[in-house]
Design a protein around this ligand. Structure first.
Ligand code: ADP
Length: 326
């Protein structure tokens, strides 16, 4: 028989639009099943500092449309050592919390795994990061919103690039993964994308620069993933300017605006599905897993597997990018 009566919920690591929708889903599903639910502020730091409050259905009213996270987020050094995690365990015990749902990226899940293994404490993860770099889910919460933000920005830059016949290098987020750059490139009709996963993409850039000028293109957009091995849009643009003086080169770094804004409908629905499923999984006696979406269905992946595997870029999307940018 399942003994879970009181769930704690926190968001941790980098924020992502849609985290609020996931928090709302967890809180309301817990209440629906007659459980108590508490919000932990500032991620694992709130666990260590005992910053924990009871949540009600009304605590999550009117947040589904907001970016950021109601519970705040943080990076917590204390949680990296056993003494910090022991403090966290004591605080959870004091509040009578017997299970945790954590929303975050791979770092958050690393912490969740260590904590769960150390104390036999049930923890379920919900993937929340704009980078989409988690194995075991097709989309992470926030990715779709960030993608739409990128496409809106690139569309605007395309207007001015065309007016002046310019070549723009636009740097997007993604850490060591090129999901935002690749899908953003396809959706905005970029001429080239530079992603960390593809080693010879710099050659593709040179090929394009040679042929694009001859074709008389009146604007060119190159999306650069921040983790690209060549080293950022500014550096690449500088090299290109030196090698191809015929191009009028500009650089835009989209930066943190990719993290904010109202979550897209897709992110809100995904976050709601994952939030409901996370509580249901705990009630089914599951622990140490991430709840994701694979082929539009809820899928459970152990923290161990989610952390061990690197999610590859979709080969079909890479091919589409190549074909459509000629
Ligand atoms: P994200 O979840 O966005 O990847 P971070 O990598 O910053 O964000 O991780 C969030 C937090 O998870 C860290 O600040 C730390 O408190 C915790 N964490 C990360 N790795 C570990 C680990 N190996 N052991 C314990 N806690 C960890």
């Amino acid at each position: 028989m399942n003994t879970i009566k009181h769930i704690g919920i926190l968001s941790s690591g980098g924020d992502a639009p849609g985290m609020n929708a996931a928090i709302r889903a967890v809180v309301r599903t817990a209440i629906y099943h007659g459980l108590q639910v508490s919000g932990i502020y500032r991620g694992y730091q709130g666990l260590v500092d005992n910053s924990i409050n009871t949540m009600h259905s009304s605590s999550v009213s009117n947040i589904i449309q907001s970016g950021g996270t109601l519970l705040k987020t943080a990076r917590c050094r204390d949680f990296l050592n056993k003494a910090g995690r022991e403090k966290a365990r004591q605080n959870l015990q004091e509040h009578g919390i017997d299970a945790l749902v954590v929303i975050g990226g791979d770092g958050t899940f690393r912490g969740a795994k260590v904590f769960g293994d150390e104390f036999g404490f049930p923890v379920i993860g919900i993937p929340g990061t704009i980078d989409n770099d988690l194995y075991g889910t097709d989309n992470t919460i926030g990715y779709d919103t960030a993608l739409n933000t990128i496409v809106n920005a690139v569309d605007k830059i395309r207007d001015t690039a065309t007016a002046h016949n310019r070549l723009f290098f636009i740097e997007v987020m993604g850490r060591e993964a090129g999901f935002l750059a690749l899908s953003g490139g396809i959706a905005s009709g970029a001429e080239v994308v530079l992603v960390p996963e593809i080693e010879d993409d710099y050659k593709q850039l040179h090929d394009f620069l040679k042929s694009g000028y001859k074709k008389g293109k009146n604007s060119s957009i190159v999306l650069v993933s921040e983790g690209d091995e060549i080293g950022g849009a500014l550096r690449i643009a500088e090299n290109v300017e030196n090698t191809y003086p015929e191009y009028d080169v500009r650089v835009t770094i989209l930066g943190h605006l990719q993290r904010g804004g109202a979550p897209s409908a897709y992110d809100r629905v995904s976050a709601s599905r994952m939030g409901v499923s996370a509580v249901n999984a705990l009630l089914d006696g599951k622990a140490g897993i991430m709840v994701g979406l694979v082929n539009h269905c809820i899928a459970h992946t152990s923290f161990g597997d989610a952390l061990k595997h690197k999610k590859p870029l979709n080969a079909h999307l890479l091919e589409i990018m190549k074909i459509l940018s000629i």
